[in-house]
Write a protein that binds this ligand. Structure first.
Ligand SMILES: NC(=O)c1ccc[n+]([C@@H]2O[C@H](COP(=O)([O-])OP(=O)(O)OC[C@H]3O[C@@H](n4cnc5c(N)ncnc54)[C@H](O)[C@@H]3O)[C@@H](O)[C@H]2O)c1
Length: 252
């Protein structure tokens, strides 16, 4: 049967995959038939185990997405082990919060480097691999902070806004190579990034009040969007910033 959401025969590389959204996407892709390269600065063995338990296969790598050499190594490994690359999920990201007037240069640089420049570096480095396969998909994990601003998170907001524009720019340039580039803009998901915030009553109340669905999400609730954008189902979706936020950004 022609399965719109199948990833059988596809090879996917997911960054920041040791936990949270990257881990959920990697496991979801494995369940839909993809072979995985999962990378992170942290240990990825738990994700590999989860992929294998789901019946899939994964290579794990220690990769800092700020390093072009290490990023290149990720795609070489995918080619050596699985014969090529079809899908890149630029998921690794960090959050630093501070009021604008007290923000340090190092925090600005670090957040822009990890959240934005790394997505461009990885896209550049995966380009020849995707071309060799006759095309592919790039999915940049941005945020609703790329569309609207969170308080006291200037470099984060700027990096995610940049990610959305990077997505549109690459989608425009690389459609001719059959490379489709899209972004996902999650709302609030319970992960290592948000765990501390979601333990605060005031933050929980804010989420309840702002999100029409009245709750935050769990990582598995992002997987469907990531599969759609990587599969045949998304074959005419290009340059899109897909919001998955329980309705937060649909109202004033
Ligand atoms: N959780 C949310 O509510 C939410 C909302 C919107 C967007 N996002 C985005 O989703 C992505 C995943 O975040 P998450 O919520 O799963 O957070 P997380 O902190 O649980 O996971 C992020 C992962 O990225 C890794 N990472 C950080 N710096 C890295 C680097 N230099 N090189 C390689 N890996 C690195 C971390 O080690 C971690 O495993 C991020 O881009 C984040 O900005 C998250």
């Amino acid at each position: 049967m022609d399965d719109l959401f199948s990833l059988n025969g596809k090879v996917a590389v997911v960054t920041g995959a040791s936990r949270g959204l990257g881990q959920a996407i990697a496991v979801g892709y494995a369940k839909h038939g993809a072979k995985l390269v999962v990378s992170d600065v942290l240990d990825v063995s738990e994700t590999i185990k989860m992929v294998e338990e789901a019946g899939g296969e994964a290579v794990g790598m220690n990769v800092d997405v700020s390093s072009r050499e290490q990023v290149k190594g990720m795609f070489n490994a995918a080619e050596e082990r699985f014969g090529g690359v079809d899908i890149l999920v630029n998921n690794a990201g960090i959050l630093r919060s501070a009021p604008a007037e007290g923000l340090h240069d190092e925090d600005w640089d670090k957040v822009i480097q990890v959240n934005l420049k790394s997505q461009f570096i990885a896209a550049q480095e995966v380009f020849p691999f995707l071309k060799k396969r006759g095309g592919g998909r790039i999915i940049n994990v941005a945020s609703i902070a790329g569309l609207l601003a969170f308080n006291q998170a200037i470099p984060y907001n700027a990096s995610k806004g940049g990610s959305v524009q990077l997505t549109r720019s690459l989608a425009f340039e690389w459609a001719q190579h059959n490379i489709l580039v899209n972004a996902i803009c999650p709302g609030i998901f319970l992960t290592g990034m948000t765990n501390d915030m979601l333990e605060q009553e005031s933050f929980k109340e804010m989420v309840k009040a702002k999100v029409p669905m009245g709750r935050h999400a769990v990582p598995e609730e992002l997987v469907g969007a990531a599969i759609y954008l990587a599969s045949k189902a998304g074959s005419y979706t290009n340059g899109h910033a897909m919001v998955v936020d329980g309705g937060w950004t649909c109202h004033l």
